[in-house]
Design a protein around this ligand. Sequence first.
Ligand code: ARG
Length: 603
Amino acid sequence: MLSLSHNLKNQLQEALEKAFPEAVASAKKSDSPLEATLVATGKEEFGDFQVNSCFQLAKTLRKSPRDIALEIVKYLNMDPDFSEMCDPPKIAGPGFINITISKDQLIKEIRSRLTDKRLGIPFEDSSKDIEKLKPVIIDFSSPNIAKEMHVGHLRSTIIGDSLARIFEFRGYKVLRLNHVGDWGTQFGMLISHLKEVAPEALTDPNAFEISDLVKFYKEAKKRFDEDENFQDISRKEVIKLQNKDIESLNAWNLLCEQSRREFEKIYERLDINIQERGESFYNPFLKQVINDLEKDKLLVTDDGAKCIFLVDKDQNQNNLPPVIVQKRDGGFNYATTDLAAIRYRFRNSPEGDGASRLIYVTDSGQSSHFNGVFQVAKRAEWIPKGCRMEHVPFGLVLGEDGKKLKTRSGETIKLSDLLDEAIKKAKSDIRQRLQKEEREESETFIEKVGKTIGIAAVKYADLSQNRTTDYQFSYKKMLSLQGNTAPYLLYAVVRIAGIIRKGDNIQVSLREITFNEDKEWSLLRQILKLDEVIIEVEEELLPNRLCTYLFELSQIFNRFYDQMPVLKAEEPYRSSRLVLCRLTADTLKLGLSLLGINTLERM
Ligand code: ARG
């Protein structure tokens, strides 16, 4: 349950801690601290917050929960700050304390939102706290060179970008890193193969399309798996590359450049800002990783390969496959690079990023990989105190048949085709709607609105799912004007924009804002929950929470607007309701922008 305003909750917490020093002091000594027990209530009849710590305290203090509740309430009532913010608290049941924020306080909060561009979301000011200067690194998107970017990468891109936007808005320094797969045996294979079958690909950047490269890559892989001689040639090619042989390096650069151009097109369409720092960047640090691990006596040589066996929480070796950091032939792999990356990202500059938090957005198929490298990094003591690493896994993108998303002929879907299709369908929906409403609009209008809705629908469909589950990709569902979809939210913004256009300015002075209906109070309360949901997403890295919040806000708004006159209401209600309309629109716009979604004034 979301609580009403993060800020109000913090203030209440303080009042509560002041209210009953003795009780709080003893509660703090026990394992369950008092702060955990100020919870948002689900039902209006219980007020906005409930304190249920009296039950735990009862044990420690050997008194009845109700007596403790009475005592806390007595102190709360004596606190002028508390009394200004809340109605007198009520004791319910055997010892719950129900707290309702007073109407005056709610109006005060709403008024302050009107002049606050951040709508109450706190700002982590790094100029005041040097710890906050440490960047949060979000490793996302991360497609592979000479391969196509697929729907999994799309999902990572959309989720990662939204998390980055939220952290940035909160005031953190964010490093958005594209850990592209641009190193390893695959380049040896590809370059060796191209040298034979299409040497022009290695010198002329325009000789082939990316899809041709993908084809060449598949051929090379097949040869590699079947032909020992070719394996040998490929390995030698990798070594040449690693030794910075100029011809190999040029060829490699060219392949990277070509893929990069393709990726850029997608990023531009999705309005994604990301810095490329591929696997190759960490190449110079791989030997250091091995040395460090050797020094820490974590390395074991098993069948010629250097690896680390994983342990469970009691430090006993578990049955999971070990993390292999150097293969028998001396080559390094994916895990070695990720270890080098962790080490680099936490080390202070100039040999590192000095990060405070690492966030990896990939499909859940890589969970055991991250589990392994995180454990190795911890045991090697590369994680500074107070810093953390998290894997943000997500499920598969499925087609409407419930199987992995494919084209009708069974091939992987090209992302550019997928976006084109969403836009095309959005445009045809608009045309139908215009016809029904007997509206005339220009082609440029349809073009612009179609693009915005199409892209928004794809992004929102992805973000609104709990990312840990697989999600079914359906153009029809994501483009529907009904339900938890981008068009539904965009439409709410448009609807309010219309009201505000007609309602011109707010005519009463802000001091006269006043409400007298339940629907108004519900809407107001929902508006005030924005800061809480943002803090929650920052903690739990689940953007779908923000989506649910925005969807509920639109629903509550629609209920309010359907049942209550706004433009035709008497003053001061007319202006007061317009204030709620404007704040609803501002909240939706800000929330959607943090999801990477643009809004429209008309659609
Ligand atoms: N290139 C990888 C893939 O396509 C994703 C990389 C994720 N990031 C990382 N640091 N391992 O699956």
